[in-house]
Design a protein around this ligand. Structure first.
Ligand code: ADP
Ligand code: MG
Length: 569
């Protein structure tokens, strides 16, 4: 009867769950605790996949990369104050990397927090989150949950994607309201990330600049990979005949083995190109800000395709800004090029190919050594072959030398398969990324981890075992940070700050939770162990013993270390 329907109640718990499900947000990465423990249980009971981690930062990194892989905001759920702060690192990371993510944290009672009366885990979380994310919202009334989540979703995925904080005070969860009114208050977000069509003038300007180029270059960034406009990007590259350079996470958008790929001729193309078209890549530190030695003396003109208008001229002048979403922009460029487009000059294309082939040939023998203990090249040579044979596997990569060398050595063949330290070049994304990669794609995951990098999220191997995920972690164990050979100059009993316990066996950590652990001391052993793991799909950790003297300070970015004049005396 109507009277009965009027009396049927819902509450904050269920409205949040219903709002998430209504918007296709079916996975939550988080850590339970007050005040969100029951919420997690109920979400699971209502069919949401609730994955519990051992630390919020790893859960947050998982949510951030889930956002990158799916174009839907990844959801991370934490408790108040410390849990929130742990998740906040990942939210800031998502924002910096332009990944859509929503951090939902429970919080203490407003009345007590605002009067600073010392509540359990008291903290003004909304205020703290604001400068570190794209948008932050708080919901105080159950009737506003639908609108609150809708705003969070739109803020996360529209325009330049980023992290959104959603503050849910403990009291909200238990608030009741009429079930029917509750249902009506929910919002299914329509067209959350609307196409952003570029201005026709900007397309014409970009094509005019391209036409004038003698030595054009396309740089593909992770924005281009994120956009999932794979066919259009491929068509643009191939129709234009322009050599392309993939940024780290754009590797595989077109195969690294594509005849136009200039990955192995990076320094040459940066120096010698005259027109550079950036597609979803920023001219930040990773591209030396578009100036200086690595860009050579020849004058450059930059064309930039980006969804964020404020990105233009951030480091150098952009002569042809094209603002819009990459799918629409690239389609418009292709349209403007028409049938008779003159391909990039052959002598330039040939020069790039020649350089690339020389560099590849130089590297090849180093990748085939079977040294024990292993060096980076021997170990990565094996992993390179494994990815070539299993191109649909997800690759997670973090470390210093382990990152820089793997990025250069391991070719990628399919879009969005390589996920790594991103814009900040941070350590700690490893296990969270492995978990989300396995959960979101259903593909086997290979993680190439420096021993130091692994340590930041290592406890999540328990999570990987608990959910029985097809993740194979290879820890490049060289006994320390950068190298394992530093000594304490005072002769004191403390080891040097960059050195770990020698001969550690990270594989035993995996065994502790029922996964497979293997110790590999040669490339042959490593190859057998990784192939077995990828075939079995069992959680596996391989302790790959690397020569402690291999590796260089800070990998390829040692130049960023400040130098003391005094220590050089
Ligand atoms: P990389 O580190 O690979 O060079 P960045 O993270 O620096 O990539 O740059 C990615 C850029 O892509 C950002 O400036 C972001 O605004 C842009 N971007 C992200 N998604 C889209 C999209 N769908 N359309 C256009 N630009 C996008
Ligand atoms: Mg190391």
């Amino acid at each position: 009867t109507n009277a009965a329907a009027e009396q049927e109640l819902t509450d904050g718990f269920h409205l949040i769950i219903d709002a998430l499900k209504l918007n296709g947000l079916n996975t939550i990465y988080g850590v339970p605790g007050i005040p969100i423990t029951d919420f997690g249980r109920m979400a699971q009971a209502e069919g949401i996949r609730v994955l519990s981690f051992r630390h919020e930062q790893a859960a947050g990194y998982a949510a951030s990369i889930a956002g990158y892989l799916t174009k839907k905001p990844g959801v991370c759920l934490t408790v108040s104050a410390p849990g929130f702060l742990n998740g906040l690192t990942a939210l800031a990371h998502a924002t910096t990397n332009c990944f859509p993510m929503i951090l939902i944290s429970g919080s203490s009672e407003r009345e007590i927090v605002d009067l600073q009366q010392g509540d359990y885990e008291e903290m003004d979380q909304l205020a703290i989150a604001k400068p570190l994310c794209k948008a932050a919202f708080r919901v105080l009334h159950a009737a506003d949950i639908g609108i609150g989540l809708a705003r969070a979703i739109r803020a996360a995925v529209s325009g330049r994607p980023g992290g959104v904080y959603l503050d849910l005070p403990a009291k909200l969860f238990g608030q009741v309201m009429n079930a029917d009114a509750g249902k009506k208050s929910l919002v299914k977000v329509i067209d959350a990330a609307p196409a952003q069509i570029p201005a026709p003038d900007s397309i014409k300007r970009a094509l005019d600049v391209l036409k004038s180029a003698k030595k054009p270059l396309i740089i593909l960034g992770k924005g281009a990979a994120y956009a999932q406009a794979d066919d259009a990007v491929k068509a643009l590259v191939e129709t234009s005949g322009i050599p392309f350079l993939p940024m780290s996470m754009a590797k595989g958008l077109l195969p690294d083995t594509h005849p136009q790929c200039a990955g192995a001729a990076r320094s040459t193309v940066l120096k010698d190109s005259d027109v550079v078209m950036l597609i979803g890549a920023r001219l930040n530190w990773l591209l030396s800000h578009g100036k200086g030695k690595s860009w050579g003396d020849a004058p450059k003109k930059f064309i930039q395709i980006d969804i964020e208008p404020k990105e233009m001229d951030s480091n150098v002048e952009i002569v042809a800004p094209v603002v819009g979403d990459i799918g629409s922009c690239v389609a418009a460029l292709l349209d403007g090029m028409g049938k008779g487009w003159q391909k990039a000059p052959v002598d330039w294309a040939n020069a790039v190919t020649k350089k690339r082939e020389e560099n590849v040939a130089k590297m090849a023998p180093r990748l085939m050594n079977n040294n024990s203990p292993m060096d980076y090249h021997g170990a990565l040579g094996v992993l390179r072959t494994i990815i070539a044979e299993r191109p649909d596997a997800m690759l997670v990569n973090e470390g210093a030398n382990t990152l820089d060398l793997a990025r250069g050595i391991v070719d990628m063949y399919q879009p969005r398969k390589r996920i790594d330290v991103g814009t900040w070049g941070i350590m700690g994304i490893g296990m969270g990324y492995c978990i989300a990669a396995a959960v979101e794609t259903g593909k086997p995951v290979l993680a190439i981890e420096g021993d130091s990098a692994f340590g930041f999220s290592g406890m999540e191997v328990e999570t990987i075992c608990r959910y029985n995920l097809p993740v194979c972690i290879v820890v490049f164990n060289n006994d320390g940070i950068y190298r394992g050979t530093d000594v304490n100059p005072t002769g004191g009993s403390d080891v040097a700050p960059t050195v770990f316990v020698k001969g550690s066996r990270y594989d035993k950590m995996m065994e502790a939770f029922g996964g497979v652990g293997t110790n590999a001391t040669s490339p042959d052993e490593l190859k057998r162990a990784v192939n077995a793991a990828m075939d079995s799909g069992k959680p596996t950790l391989i302790n790959a013993v690397i020569d402690p003297a291999a590796g260089s300070e800070s990998g390829r970015i040692g130049n960023l270390n400040p130098q003391s004049v005094l220590s050089k005396k």
